[in-house]
Design a protein around this ligand. Sequence first.
Ligand code: C2E
Ligand code: MG
Ligand code: MG
Length: 566
Amino acid sequence: MTDALAAMRRMESLIAGLPGVVYRFVMGRKGKVEYVSRQIADLCGVGPEHFMDQGSEKLALLIHPDNRMQVLRSVSRAARSRRPFALEHRIRCHNGAQKWVWHRGAVVRPDPGGPLHLEGFALDITERKRQERELAWLAQHDVLTGTANRGRFMEEVSACMQRAERHGEMLACLFLDIDRFKRINDTFGHAFGDELLRCIARRIRRCVRGNDVIGRLGGDEFVVLLDGITAPQDAAVAAQKILIELAAPFTIQGRRIEAGASIGISCYPGDAGDAASLLRNADAAMYSVKRTGRRAFRFYSEEMSGRAFETLALLGGLRDAIGSDAMNLCYQPRLDLRTGRVVAMEALARWHSEQYGNVPPARFIPLLEDAGMTEAFTSRVLNDACRQLSRWDAEGMPAARMAINLSARQFRNDTLPEQVEALLAEHRIVPERIEFEISELAVMEDHPAATESMHRLHRLGVRLAIDDFGSGSSSLHLLKQLPLEYLKVDRRFIAGVPSDDDDIALTEAIIAMGKRLGLRVVAEGIETEAQGVFVRANECDEGQGFLFSRPMPAEDAGEWLRRRLH
Ligand code: C2E
Ligand code: MG
Ligand code: MG
């Protein structure tokens, strides 16, 4: 050992008793580590040998990735300026744990032309950081329930409002007051009341999405911020869920107790332009619930209340309908325009509600999706459609293929391909006989999960069509990358044919483009002979519409097929 190294070792043993770690790396020829002080093991759990003969990348790995750039910048600045650096950052220990350190260091070259020394002092401040985090948390939360306190909640509302304004989104504030809370608290004591509040906070959490903010304003007043909702009805659905959840009895200290809540809702941008008014209006709406009875919700604006109640009533019926005869599928044939042969039957969902009459799919599908009933609906439609196809086969009236509509939400379901595969096996249907129609808007969302589903379904062998083409704004590039076989021209274009010049030009262009992309083009909504003549003249491959047949209940559709065959 050289004298210089021996001196370093003596120095190290002298400072070994200090809090913190003094370290030194000596970078020799070609930037490789030649010497490492032993204390480094105290800090990150590795011995000096871990670094010997390694490049500086090995040292950089010690630093937490989130802080790495910042530290490397400080070190290189210190090397240039020959002045020490000081900063706080995290390191990654050998056992995977993280530590916060206060780190002061310098880069020096004691002998001109000699090796570079990186040396410094690091103090473990993990505990202090934890305490800081805890204090920050305490300053922003309600300790009893762990929900946001008033200050934090208002900050979140303001931040979300700004974001909502930029993206043209909507948000809603729910103001909840627990019915009879004061009486419960007075009768059973504060410990009991506290426990009830904790249970309530937990139940509210179960009803909202992970990024929705829950706050307690004190006493028994809770607030919920629903971020990025698409319609006020979404807030009504959440409020209803919370009411149901809170209406169930609580068991606290072995005692069963009923609480329940009243909820007021205000929406941005409709009801308020700033955080304070949003909260005030939700509060006012909550008071009006209290005045007229409890265990209900109300919107600040009357008009929204009316619409929300209708939505909820519809939802109630819808839940039952999915499992009953009130919902079924109608079938509309699709023909080859050259030969006139039936190439597919499209399954179209129908709901007849006792209370509301025939509710169109465009109304009830978004509703059931928002209420989390998508999967039940998908299973119902897939099952019915597959069963019908094999029934027609068995009756000697093969309907060529079955076309099934899938919304964006239905499509994003990871397990859809497995579900389809199982159904095909159960009903002994070859995959080519099933076609899924996805609307252009859904395709263009370019949701990775949807694209993935599309490829998996394609690999299964089922056919894919893009529906209502022309209603969105397609990226042709994306269109080319997807495993599509059919393009269905939106019926709004066909409606203007052959009188509207724009529709004529657009329909011609879409048909031509679809064919250039190698897709079979289908015109939907053909109602008149003139429209039929027009699309045939433009060499559109297939057609569908009232001219050939309206959508029919299964039995009539079977009859229709039979007549065409004989
Ligand atoms: P779509 O897939 O484009 O279905 C064609 C719609 O056009 C159907 O309306 C059909 O009844 C209607 N139609 C057919 N021929 C003509 C015609 O000549 N003239 C006119 N004016 N209309 C015609 P429907 O059944 O109300 O369905 C509307 C949309 O609802 C469908 O559009 C589809 O996107 C969606 N949908 C229907 N059933 C389902 C389903 O089971 N699942 C999903 N995800 N969506 C469905
Ligand atoms: Mg369709
Ligand atoms: Mg369509």
